[in-house]
Every structure is written in structure tokens, then in C-alpha cells.
Design a protein around this ligand. Structure first.
Ligand code: PMP
Length: 391
């Protein structure tokens, strides 16, 4: 039976990581994988995480099972950062821990499907796993353009998608630091999106995987909070993997906002049943570590400082790229206005290959770059190489 399975292509980015590792050129540049890097090219464990892990090691007395909801102390401690004051919206929002943001997206979409959603509107391009999860669940994807030709977010396209949506439709939106384009809706655009969603029967699903890496923890939550204030119900998929740097520990959370507080327990019981059938319960270590940080003022301060250092470095690299103006035919100036780890360069496949083969610069086949792969010591080489392959 198993011999009927056709081979699947390897994950392109993971294959790129292997190729990068095997390259022995000393000036190679990795713009592929989506992790933060320091100016020295490292992805270190946050000091706040190290300190909280020590404490967890001392304090943890049992590793007996938790329930499918995971560590509710973690889930609840995150809520003020996500939802601000009145974080439960009068008892209408509740959550559970998930294996990373991927688990949260999967759970949100599976729950939406269980509630009757059959189609999901998605701005394209998007994080490739969105389409994969939708396909795997058998949900129809209806794409709309995320960005317009001038490099800003395409407000008309998202509004048209929302206005054209019907009952049985969901709209999946990135809260901030859009992956892959780096192009976010402005606050004014979010206000219009929220108003359109208020008039629509579509169910909003907000994916917030990079809070704090764009403008700030509060600022990056603006759009999500505007939507939650305008609509009766919504789903939220959160990841701590980037803003706490705990990628492989798989730390995320799923939240639902019900129209009325009396409905939330039934909604979450369905989410728990789906989690049980998928992963039973999430891995504990990372969530427990984040909980220890968020319940301690000193560790919280340390974490927020480390997050600010990351954000400042990303914005410094962005400013430096924008300052370069153009590299051959590529206009780098929009990168300065974008947010988070990513940007997409308008490059042909052959140009991306030449950058890799002749200049040891590695990026995804879509032209997506991780700006954290750049620093003051390699930006000039990158800009020159880009100019040489596009002139
Ligand atoms: N959503 C988006 C938009 C992402 O870019 C990512 C990570 N690449 C995730 C969700 C999931 O993150 P993780 O599973 O690593 O927490």
C-alpha cells in the first residue's frame, strides 16, 4: 500500500539551508531561513529565556500531563499584550496553547471548518504554509492581491474581498510584519478593514506571528485590536517563536472571540477536541518558560529590551538598504517603509541562481529575503551583487 505514495518535493527553504551550510565560501550570506540574526550572524537564546529556563528547572516538580489546552498561565499571561485593556473583552475571548503559530493556524482553520467555513480569502503572496494547511484541510483558497504596484498594501483588493465574502467564508489577515512582503496595512487602512468586516458575514482570522518585530508590541497589535473591536466574533493564531526567539520549542497560542461570553466555553471545547485528535497537548517547556518571564517584572523588562534591540537592528538594516536607493534595476527604497524580517525583491529565477552561484548569496526562490541576514559588514557586498545581476 505504502508504495503507492508519490514522492513529495522537499521543503525548498530547508533544502536551501543545507546548500548554504555546504558552501565553504567565507563571505556567504544567508537571506533564506526566517530567523532573526544579530549583526554577527547568530540566532542566540534570549537572556530572559535562559534565566526563566533556570528557574523552570529549579521550580518544576512534575512533568505529568496537562490537558489539551496546555499551560493556561502562559495563555492568559499573553492576553494583555495581544488584546490590551479588558483583554478578555468581558469574558468573550479565551485561548489555549498550541505547538507554535503553525499549530494555532491549523487549529483556527480546522475550527472554522467545523463551524461551517468552506472558503478562505487570503492576500497573496502569503506564508506558503497558509496555502498548504488550507489544501490539507480541503478548504478552498480565494486569493486577492496583498500589495499594489507602488509597493503599498492593496487596500481596495482586501476591501473587495471582504465585501464579496459570504456566510461560510473566512478572511485570513497577517496582523503585522507581513510574510513574505514586509508590507503592512497602515492604521487608517486597518480602520477601514475593520469597518468592512463589521458589515460582512465573513469570519476574520488574524495571524500574529511577529508582534514586536515591526513598530512595537502595542503598535503591532493595532490592526488586530481594531478588527476585534468592530466584529462580533474572530479567531486569532499567535506565535511566540520569533518574539521570544524560541523557534524550535514550538510556542504558540490560539484564541477565539465569541459574540457572547456564554458561547465561549462551547467554542473552546471544540478547539480542545480538535487539539486532542491532532497533537493531544502542546509541548510544555517553551510555554512554561514564557509564562515565567511574563509573570516577573524584571524578566519581562529584560525580554522587552532584547526585543527592542532586535527591532532596532532590523530597522537599521532596512534604513541602510533604503539609503542605497537602487541596485541595478531593483528599487530598494520601499524596504525602509516595510516591517519585520522579510521583503520580496523583483528578481527572476536566473538572477536568484546567479546570486547564489557567483556571489554566495542565498534567498528563497520567490525572491524573499530575510533582512536579518544582512549587517553593516555585508550590505555593501549584497547591494553590489544585486546591481551586477540586474544591470
Ligand atoms: N504565521 C506566519 C505568517 C509565519 O510567518 C509563521 C512562521 N514562519 C507562522 C505563522 C508560524 O510560526 P511557528 O509555527 O514557527 O511559530
Amino acid at each position: 500500500m505504502l508504495n503507492t505514495l508519490a514522492p513529495q518535493p522537499p521543503d525548498a527553504l530547508l533544502a536551501l539551508i543545507k546548500q548554504f551550510e555546504a558552501d565553504d565560501r567565507s563571505d556567504k550570506i544567508d537571506l533564506g531561513v526566517g530567523v532573526y540574526r544579530t549583526g554577527e550572524g547568530d540566532t542566540p537564546v534570549f537572556d530572559a529565556i535562559k534565566k526563566a529556563e533556570h528557574r523552570l528547572h529549579e521550580e518544576q516538580t512534575s512533568k505529568a500531563y496537562l490537558g489539551p489546552e496546555g499551560d493556561m498561565g502562559f495563555v492568559n499571561a499573553l492576553m494583555p499584550y495581544l488584546f490590551g485593556k479588558d483583554a478578555t473583552r468581558g469574558g468573550r475571548i479565551s485561548g489555549m496553547q498550541t505547538p507554535g503559530g503553525t499549530g494555532a493556524v491549523r487549529l483556527a482553520l480546522a475550527l472554522a471548518q467545523k463551524a461551517g467555513v468552506t472558503r478562505v480569502h487570503l492576500g497573496l503572496p502569503s506564508w506558503p504554509n497558509h496555502a498548504q494547511i488550507l489544501k490539507d484541510l480541503g478548504l478552498e483558497t480565494v486569493g486577492f492581491d496583498h500589495a499594489s504596484a507602488d509597493g503599498s498594501a492593496d487596500l481596495d483588493a482586501v476591501l473587495a474581498a471582504i465585501r464579496g465574502a459570504q456566510a461560510g467564508d473566512a478572511v485570513l489577515l497577517h496582523a503585522c510584519c507581513h510574510n513574505p512582503t514586509g508590507i503592512d496595512y497602515t492604521d487608517e487602512q486597518w480602520d477601514q478593514i475593520a469597518a468592512a468586516l463589521a458589515d460582512s458575514e465573513a469570519l476574520p482570522l488574524i495571524d500574529i506571528a511577529y508582534q514586536g518585530l515591526g513598530r512595537g508590541m502595542e503598535e503591532d497589535a493595532y490592526g488586530m485590536r481594531a478588527v476585534l473591536a468592530a466584529v462580533p466574533e474572530a479567531l486569532i493564531a499567535q506565535s511566540c517563536d520569533k518574539n521570544f526567539g524560541v523557534y524550535r520549542d514550538r510556542v504558540g497560542a490560539f484564541y477565539a472571540m465569541a459574540e457572547q461570553g456564554s458561547q465561549i466555553d462551547a467554542i473552546m471545547s471544540n478547539a480542545a477536541a480538535l487539539a486532542r485528535a491532532n497533537w493531544s497537548m502542546p509541548p510544555d517547556h517553551g510555554g512554561a518558560t514564557v509564562r515565567i518571564i511574563l509573570r516577573d517584572d524584571e524578566l519581562t523588562g529584560l525580554w522587552l529590551d532584547e526585543l527592542e534591540t532586535m527591532r532596532a537592528r532590523l530597522n537599521e538594516v532596512r534604513a541602510k538598504l533604503a539609503e542605497a536607493g537602487t541596485a541595478g534595476s531593483v528599487d530598494l527604497s520601499p524596504i525602509g517603509k516595510q516591517s519585520g524580517l522579510f521583503s520580496v525583491l523583483p528578481l527572476a529565477k536566473s538572477q536568484i541562481e546567479t546570486l547564489r552561484d557567483e556571489h554566495a548569496i542565498y534567498m528563497a526562490g520567490s525572491g524573499r529575503i530575510n533582512v536579518a541576514g544582512l549587517h553593516m559588514g555585508n550590505i555593501d557586498k549584497f547591494v553590489q551583487a544585486l546591481a551586477s545581476v540586474t544591470s
